[in-house]
Design a protein around this ligand. Structure first.
Ligand code: CA
Length: 466
């Protein structure tokens, strides 16, 4: 046994002792100081004042850098809080508990420490290994605190109303159906029909929800030769065969496309690919750009109307992931985003008379919320390192704001989530919609994919009734 190994073992013993002492001090929470863990590529520091214990761990700057803590605990679900510092700005991190990973975000703190709730984890009886792994890196960790989680309740009943007061009976029926399942079961969903085919081949099941994208109906793309290839007509066929339809829109900006090799026209929904400035446009309602903005919405209204004419409700998720800032509609902050959301809501419901839409808002930060009168479903998009991550941190934050008010769902997911684990963690997302390609079902082990789709908690196409 080498010196290092002996040192590690002594460290482990010390951590266990410290952890046991913490349990004795408080029967509820277990606090594990990061500096008492094993530093792999990381170091203990005392430079920033205000830490707990004897220091904190810093130096998460290379791919495999981490701190590994060991703790004795009773088996069960625990809430995790991490005290950290992210002086320069928001940073992502990975939490690994006995190998099961979940992803989280540290908000900017400046040169001080802050504690953040990051979600629930499952601990086993006896020794557990808790690691904080780099993610984006460039943050400091003071301690991890584990508190036994109280069994989470089912979400409260949702109101019967929709944001659109003139919503059709069929649209109401879909929403009532979703609300009826909410808390007990989770509907499966998948973007792209060919991906649904794959799921059918592997699992024998068809996703309850089919997702599509109005991207190639955008006027600035059509003008450059894009062709939607009758997507809407195909989706209508699938809807008539029993799938629920959800639509997003990678909206190529109406004007200002850079159209350079680095930022070609077909990436024109990205902020970096256009000069289109949503704040300026919304401050100048007589501008040509504003007129183009409205005529783009009108072009998509034509497509939405095809669903309406066939009496097909649509889970409509426009202006997605705005808070990330990578799409032009979110690039100028929440104020212009909310203005645009309301303009779109008014244009589609009141001007175009589209009453088959269930409005899906897709931001988690409170300042981006357009208001209860404009939203029916609140969705999270997630591409976690570990597809079994139940996104319990997101759930716990959102259910506090939206319990008894709005339905919560996973509107995009990288891979196919572990629904049984979600429910075990109390994260009872109403539905999930997986992305495509290497971020879709093909990423999954076939046996796992099959297990998820056949789970009794999952609602697939044949089971949907409304
Ligand atoms: Ca500490």
């Amino acid at each position: 046994m080498g010196e290092t190994m002996r040192f590690v073992l002594i460290g482990v013993v010390l951590v266990i002792l410290v952890a046991s002492l913490s349990i004795a001090a408080s029967s509820k929470s277990i606090r594990i100081e990061a500096e008492s863990g094993e530093q792999i590529g990381t170091q203990v520091s005392t430079n920033i004042s205000g830490f707990s214990g004897t220091g904190y761990v810093t130096g998460f700057d290379k791919a495999d850098d981490k701190v590994v803590m060991k703790v004795q605990a009773k088996a069960g679900l625990y809430e995790v809080r991490i005290r950290y510092s992210a002086s320069n700005g928001e940073k992502g991190f990975e939490l690994a508990v006995n190998g099961a990973k979940s992803s989280g975000m540290f908000a900017k703190t400046g040169a001080e420490f802050a504690a953040v709730y990051v979600g629930k984890v499952e601990l086993q009886q006896g020794l557990n290994k808790i690691a904080i792994e780099k993610g984006w890196g460039w943050y400091d960790v003071d301690y991890v605190e584990l508190t036994p989680a109280i069994a989470s309740k089912k979400p409260q009943k949702l109101p019967e109303t929709l944001a659109d007061h003139k919503a059709t009976p069929r649209t109401h029926a879909l929403m009532s159906y979703l609300a009826g399942q909410y808390g007990s079961k989770t509907l499966s969903g998948q973007f792209d029909q060919s991906e649904c085919e794959y799921i059918r081949e592997v699992t024998g099941k068809t996703p309850a929800i089919l997702g599509g994208d109005f991207m190639d109906y955008t006027p600035s793309r059509i003008a450059r030769g894009a062709n939607p290839n009758g997507l809407v007509e195909k989706l209508i066929k699938s809807a008539k065969a029993g799938q629920i339809i959800t639509m997003c829109w990678h909206w190529n900006s109406p004007s200002g496309l850079l159209d350079t090799p680095a930022n070609p026209w077909y990436s024109g929904f990205y902020t970096k690919a256009t000069k289109f400035d949503i704040k300026t446009v919304l401050d100048n309602l007589n501008s040509d750009d504003y007129k183009m903005l409205i005529s783009d919405i009108d072009a998509i209204a034509v497509q939405l109307k095809k669903f309406a004419d066939a009496d097909i409700p649509v889970l409509w998720r426009p202006l997605h992931e705005a808070e990330g800032g990578w799409f032009w509609w979110g690039a100028k902050g929440p104020e212009s985003y909310i203005k645009l959301w309301k303009i779109m809501f008014d244009r589609l419901t009141n001007h175009h008379g589209l009453h088959n839409l269930i409005w899906v808002h897709n931001c988690v930060k409170q300042e981006w919320y357009p208001g209860d009168a404009y939203v029916d479903v609140v969705g999270v998009d997630a591409y976690p390192a570990d597809t079994s991550d139940p996104l319990s941190g997101n759930w716990d934050d959102l259910i506090k704001r939206f319990d008894g008010k709005k339905l919560l769902a996973i509107t995009e997911f990288g891979g196919v989530p572990d629904v049984a684990k979600m429910h075990r963690f109390g994260a009872r997302w109403a539905f999930f919609v997986s992305w495509t390609g290497n971020m879709g079902p093909k990423k999954m082990d076939k046996e796992m994919l099959s297990k998820i789709y056949k789970a009794p908690l999952v609602v697939n196409q044949g089971d949907v009734k409304y």
